[in-house]
Design a protein around this ligand. Structure first.
Ligand code: PEP
Length: 252
């Protein structure tokens, strides 16, 4: 839509050491500057965030974490909290990625607590939703995505919702090379915008960005981003390749 700036987010997943990341970001920064019509955010692993912040400060590229704890501090071995991410220089956090939901068993109630706590600390949230292969086959896509959306945003105020981006990522399309067709994606994106309207009213629904994720490449990004309710992309594999990532950004 005309009022929604295209957002391209690179989810690096569990890839890159600090030195590898510095090289990748250096190459990315040679290609992305203030003339870029899209907003660009990268989401490296936790260990890279501080070094990435040092490299990205005073640039147009934003910084996201891939996960966050629901609590601020305490006996939660292995977790990283929102205040820690803020001080490390993150402006954003991805919450409820399908790998967190399915490989690490994160339920909607936990994802909801993470969303609310991250927003309270001033992080912008990329809330991921999406159905599995089996759920789509069973014609449960609408039900599953609606539930993930409403549970994920339960108790999030309209003011806080202004700092939320939704990423629709059909699980069967993530890392599989099997992309949703632009029409398949648009159908769910349209529903998500309608549901946001039911939760928060038409102004929030028109303003909120809904990203598509799942095997986005330069070959399919233009047609996906051309759909009326697709406002950007959450890019996994292709975000690790500067040429591919920049080509996706350029197709926006
Ligand atoms: C993702 O990790 O969110 C993702 C969509 O991965 P890929 O682009 O590799 O399918």
């Amino acid at each position: 839509g005309p009022m929604r700036k295209t957002l391209i987010v690179g989810n690096w997943k569990m890839n890159k050491t600090i030195s590898q990341a510095e090289e990748l970001l250096q190459r990315l920064l040679q290609r992305i500057d203030s003339r870029c019509p899209a907003e660009v955010v990268v989401a490296p692993p936790f260990t890279i965030l501080a070094a990435a912040r040092a490299q990205l400060c005073d640039t147009v590229i934003g910084l996201a974490a891939q996960n966050v704890a629901a609590e601020d501090m305490g006996a939660f071995t292995g977790e990283v909290s929102a205040p820690m991410l803020i001080e490390a220089g993150c402006g954003w956090v991805i919450i409820g990625h399908s790998e967190r939901r399915h490989q690490f068993g994160e339920p909607d109630a936990l994802i909801n607590r993470k969303v609310k706590n991250a927003l309270e600390h001033g992080l912008k949230v990329i809330l991921c939703v999406g159905e599995t292969d089996a759920e789509r086959d069973a014609e449960q896509t609408e039900h599953v995505v609606h539930l993930q959306l409403t549970e994920g945003l339960n108790g999030v105020t309209p003011a806080a919702a202004a700092h939320v981006v939704v990423a629709y990522e059909p699980v069967w399309a993530i890392g599989t090379g099997q992309t949703a067709t632009p029409a398949q994606a648009q159908e769910v994106h349209g529903l998500i915008r309608r549901w946001i309207g039911e939760l928060y009213g038409p102004d929030t629904a028109q303003a909120m960005r809904v990203l598509y994720g799942g095997s986005v490449t330069p070959d399919n990004s233009h047609s996906l981003l051309g759909q009326p309710d697709i406002d950007g992309a959450l890019v996994g594999g292709a975000s690790l390749d500067v040429d591919l990532f920049c080509a996706i950004i350029g197709s926006a």
